[in-house]
Ligand binder design. Sequence first.
Ligand code: TLP
Length: 344
Amino acid sequence: MRYIDLRSDTVTLPTAEMREAMARAEVGDDVYLEDPTVNRLQERSAELFGKEAALFVPTGTMGNQICVNLHTRPGQEVVIEERSHMFNLEVAALAALNGVMPRTLRGANGILDWAAIEPAIRPRAYSVAQTGLIAIENTHNLAGGTVTPLDQMEEICDGAHASGIPVHLDGARVFNAAVFLRRNVAALARPFDSVMFCLSKGLGAPVGSVIAGSRAFVDRALRVRKMFGGGMRQAGVIAAAGLVALETMTGRLEEDHANARFLAKGLMAIPGIGIDPENVQTNILRFDLGAAMTTSELSRRLKERGVLAVGIDERQMRLVTHKDISRGDCETALAKLREVTSEG
Ligand code: TLP
């Protein structure tokens, strides 16, 4: 039986073109910097993001943590949104691998602005931790795929830079943000000192993320990637799929956004479900179940009917649309949601 899998866009399967490119990929030992396909992916990524250089990494988590490692020193603080992936879902790597303290702030719908961040910047007093980094997540995953507008990101980066603080973009889904904002990813990445984006989410590649920044930053990142265990060998086999992802998959993301809006509209009509359609901006939607049922119970009942979905917590569900979810799948998922919620 085929499940309609709305748990994440990480579940996307590689396209036929990706598999073909993987089979044909020209490879070499990437620890010797000799894998031509990895090198091509890095050059293409740097070009697309308007940065001097880029580095292929196995996961988004490793990419984020390498950037934190390079920007900070142990004992410093990282200003970050309370529901961010780096704070909640990277197994406390901020503390465990990098020795930094998260200074969390809550932004409405996960969105921070400079007015919220500035008061959290530590004074240069010798008795307090120093602010080493500000990290922004765009789109914001757990807040429901919400997008920080470009002028807000620019204001944050300008303010931070004036205080001598670097800013990192967790752009796991930055292509979705770019589609929503109708700008290219270079415009979104421009004010940031480093950016991480994922090939393995909405873009459908089986593995891999990329970090981009200045040439000097990426040269240093090479050492930290090796230290974190991310030095890969004939990685061109997976980088080849990443190149296909960049060339063929970014143009179709609007379809996923339209499907998310379609799901949101359907959900609004279901009694007891709380959803704000204004916040359904990209391919992730979050809704409240109220007191009627827990998300674990809803997940269980949906699974029996062929739909996979998981909760952010016991009250809030997350649905993610992606290339392997059609409009028909969304119609079926809505019908199943109606069925299970009317059961009481
Ligand atoms: N997100 C995954 C899970 O970890 C929750 C998902 O299914 O959405 N930054 C952001 C904003 C992310 O959403 C993710 C993955 C990452 C970083 C980490 O990427 P990976 O999974 O490649 O380490």
